[in-house]
Design a binder for this molecule. Sequence first.
Ligand code: NAD
Length: 364
Amino acid sequence: MSKNYKITLLPGDGIGGEIIQVAVAVLEAIAPKFDLSFQFEAALVGGAAIDATGQPLPSETLTVCQQSDAILLAAVGGHKWDTLPSELRPEQALLGLRAGLGLFANLRPAKVLPQLIDASSLKKEIVEGVDILVVRELTGGIYFGKPKGIFTDEHGMRRGVNTMAYTEPEIDRIAKVAYTAAMKRQGILCSVDKANVLEVSQLWRERVTNLAADYPNVKLSHMYVDNAAMQLLRYPKQFDVIVTGNLFGDILSDAAAMLTGSIGMLPSASLGEPNTPGVFEPVHGSAPDIAGKDLANPLAQVLSAAMMLRYGLNEAAAADYIETAVMQLLDSGKRTGDIMAVGCQQVGCQAMGAALLELLSSGL
Ligand code: NAD
């Protein structure tokens, strides 16, 4: 009996439809080999949903997502909706999905692929072999802590306030995601905080340390965030998994991503409690400048589907298979414009997808 998974597809806007089509074809192609079957259901999100319903995340879409095993999202947004009030903008859909699905963990891998090493702005010997996963807490910390706002005192002086706060359960649940991810990788976890200055970080460090006993195969270390920023540029190979809070993770995950230099290649995952559906999407946006021109790189979306298999559905072998095929595709010299290099052959989104399917059907 094959395992059946219900997958919600959210193509969204811009290049979304073009790239998600490739990822779906890839999932369908590998399904028989791993005794899987996928039931796909597409739903409206972002600007496309605003045009059809007036809402960036219609309630029907959220319901379909909640009833599925995983959600594959492309991207939302575009100039057409840029003048709408902020609560009606396409990007609100992402916040609605996070809240509606309880997505508290954001996983962003930054892997420097040997075939694309020249795309990095850092020296080859520094970035060669880099393979980092940043686990960022997504629904707490300074972006959500109370009090927040701009307050005026009795002398008329205004004061801007945000509060960085984490409860013990919030720290424990993100730490468990990071430990579990580390176990699926090299077993090295670095927790990043600012415990020399911030009490919230002192509690963070204490809770992450306490959990270490439950994961004897994971080697835990701690680093202050300012040092972590330096170390990412100085010697990024020392990192396997980094776990950190919302603000620090926002900054460090972008810095880590730039080690790779190729935005069209970067996937991400947002996870909630175990056995609830996660959202898997490229790091890049809807790229309206190239939408509809068959120029988009579909590989970040394909690698997001691989992350869905690994972290959302626990189908690691199928994820490995897709990732190997992507590496072989790059070895073959085929490139979309964003990752084009001397001596390679430039192709469009569809041709890139077709070449990948050919590799998958050849058995690799
Ligand atoms: P973007 O990531 O869409 O594009 C930045 C540049 O990278 C563009 O030149 C684009 O052509 C290129 N690019 C991006 N993805 C590519 C791909 N797969 N293949 C080839 N080239 C690619 O960022 P932006 O231009 O700042 O934003 C465009 C829209 O996307 C905005 O409305 C923004 O709000 C939205 N956005 C959405 C998300 C999301 O849905 N998670 C994330 C970022 C931006």
